[in-house]
Design a protein around this ligand. Structure first.
Ligand code: HPA
Length: 267
């Protein structure tokens, strides 16, 4: 599979992989000298089924970094097993990426978070109760990866600096990853709040676990697209999620650009 990717992406050798969450895929359009491969052109690769996810890999240059972007991820709620949800990270690592910037759309639990805010992911809680590492150990991966620093401290510092430079407020907090696809009940949101979660979503955790098992350095950003269920009295829907990401996508692009810039310029 990786050979097909390498060929179609013109020998792409990325330093950093970007996973673009629901409605946040537009940044891939800013990639220069882009080579693109849609999921359907990759043998045995699943299709993207969720609105707001294009379903392709894009490799090229963004702010002087060679990046590979996953425009449309594989969620467990689509019926993929956890290994499959982590598989794109394994592919991007095989192509050479040693850093991962993961993004997602999430519901805000902490009361100070409002739709349109960005939240640097400081840590996560795996409430999917599954691991993409379960099964035979893979040669390149740690069998028992340490998860005491899932989100790299230096990359997180760079993200904070990038936000400051770009004039984009950046909250910080803990992301709870749930299986979905139903949104949470108000009681579940109250439980998550007590567990220490600041935001909730249905992705990211399997990808970060695989990345850590491979020794990749990870930074994560959630786009708060809605207030979590039961906290505002407003019913949730995917259209609202996409409306919010559409409203703030320019800020997200500016944040990612500034972050990539800091990888090149700042010590
Ligand atoms: N819950 C779970 N996943 C989400 C949410 C939410 O409120 N918003 C966007 N993705």
């Amino acid at each position: 599979m990786v050979e097909v990717l390498r060929q179609r992406l013109n020998g792409c050798e990325p330093t950093i992989a970007l996973i673009l969450g629901s409605g946040l895929g537009d940044i891939a359009e800013a990639i220069e000298d882009a080579s693109v491969i849609p999921f359907e052109d990759i043998p045995a690769f699943p299709r993207a089924t969720v609105r707001g996810h294009a379903g392709r890999f894009v490799c090229g240059t963004l702010n002087a970094s060679t990046v590979i972007a996953l425009q449309g991820r594989l969620h467990l709620y689509e019926g993929h097993n956890p290994e499959m949800a982590g598989m794109p990270v394994r592919l991007m690592h095989e192509l050479g990426a040693r850093m991962l910037l993961v993004s997602n759309a999430a519901g805000g639990i902490r009361r100070t978070l409002v739709p349109g805010d960005f939240m640097l992911i400081r840590d996560h809680i795996n409430l999917m109760w599954r691991s993409p590492l379960a099964g035979p150990a893979k040669d390149a991966e740690s069998r028992f990866p340490d998860m005491s620093e899932p989100y790299d401290l230096d990359l997180s510092r760079r993200m904070r600096l990038a936000a400051l430079k770009a004039g984009i407020p950046l909250a910080e907090g803990v992301y709870a990853g749930l299986l979905g696809p139903a949104y949470e009940t108000p009681a579940e949101v109250r439980m998550l709040e007590r567990l220490g979660a600041d935001a909730v979503g249905m992705s990211t955790v399997p990808e970060v676990i695989v990345a850590r098992a491979l020794g990749m350095r990870v930074a994560g950003v959630s786009c708060i697209t809605n207030v979590a269920a039961g906290m505002s009295g407003i019913p949730l829907n995917h259209a609202e999620v996409l409306e919010t990401t559409e409203r703030v996508r320019h800020r997200f692009i500016a944040l990612v650009r500034a972050f990539l810039g800091s990888l090149k310029s700042d010590p």
